[in-house]
Design a protein around this ligand. Structure first.
Ligand code: HEC
Length: 110
């Protein structure tokens, strides 16, 4: 049975290697902004909005910043209207209700 003994060890080493790879992959997933944890609303934001408004919501070029205090000034209903209908150079977005809810919550709370 001596030939069978290395096997379990190899399997364990293989699993350890996979776990290490998974750790690297998870670390790479948040490369847009390492500081902020991904919430559902932030995930939608990064997919739909960050290309124009920036991953940190600081704005890019002519696209305005979406700072929390400005979002609170606009308010829930106005943000929804702008996102759904669009405004100026920004086209409207056809989001599912839960996505829109999460997105607006993220914009209002940061
Ligand atoms: C193609 C680029 C682009 C994308 C993508 C985009 N926006 Fe905009 N957004 C703009 C521009 C340009 C304006 C300014 C529009 C104007 O008033 O003329 C704007 C304005 C806004 C405003 C109003 C800001 C203010 O201070 O009045 C909000 C809120 C907003 N965007 C939210 C979003 C959200 C949420 C998303 C993702 C669902 C998004 N935008 C995606 C370009 C974009």
């Amino acid at each position: 049975m001596a030939s069978a003994s290395p096997r379990p060890r190899n399997v364990l080493l293989g699993l350890a290697g996979l776990a290490a790879l998974a750790g690297v992959a998870a670390a790479c997933g948040s490369d847009l902004d390492d500081a902020a944890p991904a919430s559902p609303g932030r995930t939608v934001y990064l997919q739909q909005c960050a290309s124009c408004h920036g991953s940190d919501r600081d704005g890019v070029g002519v696209n305005p910043a979406l700072a929390v205090d400005r979002m609170q000034e606009l308010g829930d209903a106005e943000i929804r209207r702008i996102v759904v209908e669009g405004q100026g150079a920004m086209t409207g977005f056809d989001l599912e209700a839960p996505e829109l809810d999460a997105l607006v919550a993220y914009l209002l709370a940061g």
